[in-house]
Design a protein around this ligand. Structure first.
Ligand code: ZN
Length: 150
């Protein structure tokens, strides 16, 4: 009986296109130093969650580069500060920074980058944020991560 329920549940998961869509999202960044979303819902039931960042502008990565960095609200300022010191060669992320949960590389206009992380590493009750670590961008280019049951 239990096996039958599991099989049905598995079939339902594969049958639903929404299920897959819920475990991935796309974020756009532009030459006006903006992300197109200010919140990303991350379902806790996803085994992994993929964020694809698309730079819809034209400016090169050393002028108007963008990345997508996931950390806690409490660590955002520190990650940003150390990232700026690390420079473009390190994608403005301090090498080995354990405060960084996930990040893409810095991309320029027309480019795309993605990163996958496990929602299971996110704890309920902790505030998580994402931001762009290119120097001077984090104050404007940032948003919230909302953990959802689903
Ligand atoms: Zn940026």
């Amino acid at each position: 009986m239990l096996l039958r329920v599991l099989v049905l549940a598995t079939l339902a998961l594969f049958a639903s296109p929404l299920w897959a869509a819920n475990c991935a999202t796309a974020v756009e960044a532009n030459d006006a130093m903006q992300f197109n979303v200010s919140n990303i819902n991350v379902p806790q039931s996803c085994k992994s969650f993929t964020v694809t960042l698309k730079h819809t502008g034209k400016l090169p990565r050393n002028v108007m580069g963008h990345d997508w960095v996931l950390t806690t609200a409490a660590n955002k300022a520190g990650v940003d500060e150390d990232g700026i010191k690390a420079g473009l060669d390190n994608n403005y992320i301090k090498p080995g920074d354990t405060r960084v949960i996930a990040h893409t590389k810095i991309i320029g206009g027309g480019e795309t980058a993605s990163v996958t992380f496990k929602p299971s590493v996110l704890k309920a009750g902790t505030d998580y944020v994402y931001f762009c670590s290119f120097p001077g961008h984090s104050a404007v280019m940032n948003g919230k991560i909302t953990l959802t049951k689903g």
